[in-house]
Design a protein around this ligand. Sequence first.
Ligand code: PEP
Ligand code: MN
Length: 335
Amino acid sequence: MIVILKENTPKEVQEQFIAQLKQYQLEVHRSQGVHTTLLGLVGDTSAVDVSKIESQSFVQEVKRIQEPYKKANRKFHPADTVVEVGEVPIGGDHFQVIAGPCSVETEKQVCQVAEQVKKAGAALLRGGAFKPRTSPYNFQGLGEQGLGFLVQAKKTAGLPIVTELMSEEDLPLFAPVDLIQIGARNMQNFRLLKAVGRQNKPVLLKRGLANTIEEFLMSAEYIMAEGNENVILCERGIRTFETKMRNTLDLAAVSLLKELTHLPVIVDPSHATGLPRLVEPMSLAAIAAGADGLMIEVHNNPEKALCDGPQSLRPEAFAAVMEKIQKTKAFFQTL
Ligand code: PEP
Ligand code: MN
């Protein structure tokens, strides 16, 4: 980090300020130019509050050289992290597909879909029991009962399960859950992030609707800073001016994230586009962008679905997409 001081900052003020900065356990190198004084801060600057420094009357500018995220940063952890979900590894050389309905509706529905997606090659089953809906009048999920149905499907199909946690209060119910999803709307619910950071199940963190890549990584950092380093990132589309699709899939973010972090990055083409016919091309494109996996919504009766039916694939369509996914993945492995 570099701090540029205003011209004519008295020597005593500079000395006092340098002493303050050293309290952060940093080395401070001063270089005195004709008009400006530069202070180079060397060491771990992640705990330094930039706005506090900027607010000093004698500071002209502060520039961060290093990213504010440390645990998620590939610079300090060059090897890919492989997250174990149940017995399924994700990341590194392990590409996986998570599939299932948006929400758990009945035991039969989720068990049936579980069998079908497993047969097609999915390694994990998804299904929401606590649903973050835009309208309070829409189906909110079956809650604890839905979790029970999902656990039943886990047993019958033999697939690890992923489901969304909306409140820390519900954590005790999540004991049989293999991967805890933090949804887009909660990406910056810092108390929730800290809560999942304090427990040891892996976390699937979805990118917020209007969050930058750095904010996304800082949210992962919140979880990791509490001790849980098993975080999988999920690009699920962001809000733009475009209205033809539910969101805009930011695939470039996937390639960039793979550079910036060692954490696995997966793509959710269902929420990103809202259009089932775009799930296949965006899945294949996600592989080309370097994704470590996909999360796809599948429903056995999309017309009757209580949530996100229009964007869900039928099991047969999902099986066809899976074939292309496997071929594409194999092709990229030969490159
Ligand atoms: C979901 O996965 O069903 C979901 C609600 O996703 P998101 O948080 O990305 O909108
Ligand atoms: Mn959904």
